[in-house]
Design a protein around this ligand. Structure first.
Ligand SMILES: CC(C)(COP(=O)(O)OP(=O)(O)OC[C@H]1O[C@@H](n2cnc3c(N)ncnc32)[C@H](O)[C@@H]1OP(=O)(O)O)[C@@H](O)C(=O)NCCC(=O)NCCS
Length: 131
């Protein structure tokens, strides 16, 4: 059984306020966009609004981006636990397809109304149905 393939759902147009003092994309801006995109992806996949970011693995800033570039943010489910879900992320330049950043693991945990981990009840079969 296969998890869904990498989905590039959201695009970002890099503006002057997204840059660092060297004139290239500020990594903090990119990580903020990724965390939000990954959270929305998780909420949608788990059909649960109460999720938190638990862990991000090694972050590889592969190449830089500049004002005017358009990026697309890719997410893919790589693991499903009891309360957790692990995503892989890749952001690339929409025109050149050059990779800007890669994160192998972003772990989200599904929470109950008390803020404790609770089973999300999703299986690989659910995701195949969605595909
Ligand atoms: C998320 C949180 C409730 C988890 O608490 P916890 O005590 O680690 O909970 P558990 O040990 O029961 O683990 C819950 C799940 O997270 C996974 N997990 C915990 N630590 C992990 C780690 N370091 N790496 C990967 N997965 C991890 C566990 O494997 C478990 O997954 P499973 O249910 O699918 O098997 C708690 O750490 C927390 O509130 N963190 C702050 C989150 C936050 O504020 N994020 C930023 C803003 S969104």
């Amino acid at each position: 059984m296969l998890f869904p393939t990498m989905k590039y759902l959201t695009r970002k147009w890099i503006k002057p306020e997204d840059l660092n003092p060297n004139g290239s994309l500020f990594g903090g801006s990119l990580l903020k966009w990724i965390d939000e995109e990954a959270a929305i992806y998780t909420i949608t996949m788990l059909q649960s609004p109460y999720v938190v970011t638990k862990l991000m693995s090694e972050i590889n800033f592969v190449s830089s981006a500049r004002a005017g570039d358009v990026l697309e943010m890719g997410m893919k489910v790589v693991k499903l636990g009891r309360s957790s879900i692990t995503l892989k992320c890749e952001v690339r330049n929409i025109m050149t397809h050059h990779t800007i950043i890669k994160i192998d693991q972003i772990v989200f945990v599904n929470l109950d109304s008390s803020g404790l981990p609770t089973p999300h009840g999703k299986t690989m079969a659910n995701f195949e149905e969605d595909e």
